[in-house]
Write a protein that binds this ligand. Structure first.
Ligand SMILES: *Cc1c(COP(=O)(O)O)cnc(C)c1O
Length: 411
C-alpha cells in the first residue's frame, strides 16, 4: 500500500465540504489541536456574544433581562438546539448544571421508575465521575452497584439477564479507548431484560450522530465543553424521553424545576416535560458561549461530520502505524468514536514532547495517548502534520528529556 502524502491531504482539504467551518473557530496559528474531546476550541462568535450578555443584557438592562433576553428560558431554548444533535425532540432536552450533577438526577429518577429492582449496572472502565456518582446514588437509594465490561457482549447480556437491574449506565463512546457502543442494540437488550438505560454522551455529542429517540433511550446526559465547544465549565444537558415526562422524579427539586415557579408556593410541583430536571439558577454568562457555539452546530450536516471524522481518524491510524505504539481504538469504523488512542508506558512524556512541537493531545492514566478529532476545525493536512510529529517524537527519543516527565495537575 502506498502511503498518503501531504499533497494528497491538501487535495482532500480542497474538496472537504466542511472546510468552511474552520474560520468559525479561533485557534492559535501553527497549532494542531487534537484535544477538542477535552476542551473544544473557541467559536469566533463567542467573545462578542459573551460581551453582549455582560455589557448590554446585564450591565444596561439588569434584572429585566430575565424576561427580555430570554435568560429564564435559556435551559429550554438551548436544550431545543442540542436536541437535533442527539436525535431528540426539542422538549426532551434541557441545558443546566454539570454532567456529574445531571448523572445523579438521571440515576435517581431511573431507580425510582423501577422500584422493585435493587441494582445499578455500570461499566468497569467508565469515566471516574460516572463510577463515583453511581456509588453515591447507590448509597442514598439503598441500591447495589455492579459493573460489567460492555464491550464483552456475553458479559453484558449475562449481567442484564440476572433480572435485578433497575438501570444500566453506559458511555456511548468510551473516553479512554474511543470505542463506540451500539446504542440501539444495547438499549433494546436492556429493555427486554426490564432495565432502563442512562446514556452518557460526553464523547458523542458533536462527535458522532446520536439517535436517542430512535433507539428508545430513557435518559441521557452530556457535556457541552468538549466537541460542542461551549467553553470551560459550560453547562451540561439532560435528555428525558417523552414517555417518562409525566412520572420521572429527580431528587434536586429546586424552584427552576417547579411547574409555576413564580407562584412562590410552599409546595413543590414538578414542571411539565424535561423542565422538571432543572433545579436552580444557571450560569447565564457561560450559556452565552454555548449559544454562540450552537448557532454553528445548527448548520452542520451530521452525516458529513461522521464521514470526515472517520476519514481523519483512519488517516491518523494509518500514518502513525510505523511509530510502534499499540492501537487501543477499534479499527472497524462502526465501533470508533471521533478519537484515536494509542498505548505506551511512557505515553505521558511522549504527549508532552508532542505538545512542544505544537500538536496538542492528552494522556489518560495509566498508559493512553489520546487524540480527539473535531471535524469542524481540523484539516487533513493538520492530521498529516500531527502524525508526522508523533512518529518523529517516538523515533528520535526526544521524549526521554527529563522535563517531559514532570507531571502537572491536569493531564
Ligand atoms: C468529561 C466527562 C464527564 C465530565 O463530568 P463533569 O461533571 O462535566 O466534570 C463525565 N462523564 C464522562 C464520560 C466524561 O467524558
Amino acid at each position: 500500500m502506498t502511503s498518503t502524502t501531504r499533497a494528497d491531504c491538501v487535495r482532500r482539504d480542497e474538496k472537504d465540504p466542511l472546510a468552511g467551518f474552520r474560520s468559525e473557530f479561533l485557534l492559535p496559528e501553527g497549532l494542531v489541536y487534537l484535544d477538542g474531546n477535552s476542551l473544544g476550541a473557541l467559536p469566533a462568535a463567542a467573545p462578542g456574544r459573551i460581551a453582549k450578555t455582560v455589557e448590554r443584557e446585564w450591565g444596561e438592562r439588569l434584572v429585566a433581562s430575565w424576561n427580555e433576553a430570554g435568560w429564564w428560558d435559556k435551559p429550554r431554548t438551548l436544550g431545543a438546539q442540542v436536541a437535533p444533535l442527539v436525535g431528540a425532540a426539542p422538549h426532551e432536552v434541557v441545558v443546566g448544571d454539570g454532567t456529574s450533577a445531571n448523572l445523579f438526577k438521571a440515576l435517581v429518577a431511573a431507580l425510582r421508575l423501577n422500584p422493585e429492582r435493587p441494582v445499578v449496572l455500570g461499566e468497569s472502565g467508565n469515566f471516574p465521575t460516572d463510577l463515583y456518582v453511581t456509588e453515591g446514588v447507590a448509597e442514598i437509594m439503598g441500591a447495589v452497584e455492579r459493573r460489567v465490561d460492555p464491550d464483552n457482549p456475553a458479559a453484558l447480556s449475562g449481567a442484564l439477564a440476572a433480572g435485578d437491574i433497575a438501570v444500566l449506565l453506559l458511555s456511548h463512546v468510551d473516553y479512554r479507548t474511543g470505542t463506540l457502543r451500539d446504542m440501539a442494540r444495547i438499549t433494546r437488550l436492556a429493555h427486554t431484560n426490564g432495565a432502563l438505560v442512562v446514556w452518557d454522551l460526553c464523547h458523542s455529542a458533536g462527535a458522532v450522530p446520536v439517535e436517542l429517540a430512535a433507539c428508545g433511550a430513557d435518559f441521557a446526559v452530556g457535556c457541552t465543553y468538549k466537541y460542542l465547544n461551549a467553553g470551560p465549565g459550560a453547562p451540561s444537558f439532560s435528555f428525558v424521553a417523552e414517555r417518562h415526562h409525566a412520572v420521572a422524579r429527580q431528587p434536586i427539586t429546586g424552584w427552576h424545576g417547579h411547574a409555576r415557579p413564580f407562584d412562590f408556593s410552599a409546595e413543590y410541583a414538578p414542571a411539565e416535560g424535561a423542565s422538571r430536571f432543572l433545579s436552580g439558577s444557571q450560569p447565564v454568562v457561560a450559556a452565552a458561549a454555548l449559544e454562540a457555539s450552537l448557532e454553528v452546530w445548527q448548520r452542520v450536516d451530521l452525516g458529513l461530520l461522521r464521514k470526515k471524522s472517520l476519514a481523519l481518524t483512519e488517516l491518523f491510524i494509518e500514518l502513525t502505524e510505523t511509530a510502534g505504539l499499540e492501537l487501543v481504538t477499534p479499527r472497524e469504523p462502526e465501533r470508533r468514536g471521533s478519537q484515536v488512542s494509542l498505548r505506551h508506558p511512557e505515553g505521558y512524556a511522549m504527549v508532552q514532547a508532542l505538545i512542544e512541537r505544537g500538536v496538542v493531545g492528552d494522556f489518560r492514566a495509566p498508559d493512553v495517548l489520546r487524540f480527539g478529532f473535531a471535524p469542524l476545525y481540523l484539516s487533513y493536512a493538520d492530521v498529516f502534520d500531527a502524525a508526522a510529529a508523533l512518529v518523529e517524537v517516538v523515533r528520535s527519543g526526544e521524549w526521554h528529556d527529563p522535563r517531559f516527565a514532570v507531571s502537572r495537575t491536569v493531564t
